[in-house]
Design a protein around this ligand. Structure first.
Ligand code: ADP
Ligand code: MG
Length: 321
């Protein structure tokens, strides 16, 4: 099967009427028409075998995740998806693998009305690079530098399960076996929080999606916004699968896990009701987990509001104070 036949068979699909796509796969460029007066939001993420996924991962789950991590970036900006491109490097044209990969990819694309508009296909080590295009109203983007001292700090969903599942799949000694199914689903099929992100545009200040661990990613907001933060550890939602871990390990998953794809965002205390209305309207759990501070350090507070001693926390490069 040649390159063009492979593309035609697996990746060319009719584009739904009413989408922003003027011209999809097949020409030198795709043509998109954003809503009048809107800004484009663009993001790229690459997934490499051995680094971002196991060689034997379910290809349908991989198709889902490849797009999900990109849509998550649009969500974190408050953008609405318009379409995406797919650059694919494949060791061989494996029909069964390709059709499963495409099914996972398109199921998520269809769920968010985000069509595939182009890409590139080449032979090589398995590597998946997606670029997403979205739009939002001028001035409404949820930027990392928009945090204000005194803002509330919120988290969608909960963190840590993907880290647990990864440890279980790798057989790390601390992780109880067997692999927890719910945690594994969080690792392999993350949910991009698109509806929440769009509902927060114009309400929240700063936002990002948590892909490298809550503390590390919060550090990006703090640096960009030149603020600090207090996190109330007791406020962090804890998945049942994490409840059985010892405290240090649980905190490690919650705060430094990675692959969570939850939204971490800030908003003025005056708009708490609006934030919770956005959470309800988007069907997304949201928890207030702390606040931004003038003093540019990150503190973790225990249930009594006292800063937690660092030795309890392992491996936080970004940790201050
Ligand atoms: P060019 O040589 O002009 O780059 P290609 O031969 O690489 O064109 O691709 C032909 C068409 O197929 C283009 O419209 C391109 O966007 C599309 N395409 C190639 N690979 C993919 C893919 N993996 N998914 C979707 N569209 C693809
Ligand atoms: Mg090409």
């Amino acid at each position: 099967m040649g390159e063009f036949e492979l593309i035609r068979r697996h990746f060319v699909r009719p584009v739904a009427a009413g989408s922003a796509v003027v011209l999809g796969v097949g020409d030198d460029c795709a043509l998109l028409r954003p809503s009048p007066g809107h800004e484009l939001a663009i993001s790229t993420d690459m997934l490499v075998e051995g680094r971002h996924f196991f060689a034997d991962v379910d290809p349908a789950a991989l198709g889902h995740k490849s797009l999900a991590v990109n849509l998550s970036d649009l969500a974190a900006m408050g953008a609405r998806p318009l379409g995406f491109t797919l650059a694919l490097s494949l060791p061989r044209a494996d029909e069964a693998w390709l059709s499963a990969f495409a099914s996972g990819l398109f199921a998520l694309a269809d769920a968010h009305a985000c069509p595939l508009v182009g890409g590139d296909t080449t032979r090589g080590p398995l590597n998946i690079c997606i670029t997403v295009f979205g739009e939002l109203r001028p001035g409404q983007a949820l930027r990392r530098d928009a945090g204000q001292p005194g803002d509330d700090l919120y988290l969608s969903g909960r963190t840590g399960e993907a880290r647990l599942a990864l440890a279980q799949l790798r057989g790390e000694p601390w992780a109880p076996s067997p692999v927890n199914a719910e945690a594994r689903a969080r690792l392999e099929r993350p949910t991009p929080r698109l509806a929440l992100g769009q509902a927060l545009a114009g309400i929240a200040h700063a936002a990002l999606d948590v892909s490298d661990g809550l503390i590390g990613d919060l550090g990006h907001v703090l640096a960009a916004s030149a603020v600090g933060a207090d996190i109330e550890l007791a406020a962090l939602p804890v998945a049942p699968a994490l409840a059985a871990l010892d405290e240090a390990q649980r905190l490690d998953c919650l705060l430094a896990g990675g692959d969570d794809y939850e939204l971490l965002f800030t908003a003025a205390p005056g708009v708490r009701d609006d934030v919770m209305a956005a959470a309800r309207a988007s069907g997304t759990p949201v928890t207030r987990i702390g606040r931004l501070t003038e003093r540019p350090v990150l503190r973790l507070l225990d249930a009594d509001g006292q800063p937690v001693a660092q030795p309890l926390l392992r491996g936080f490069d970004h940790f201050a104070d």
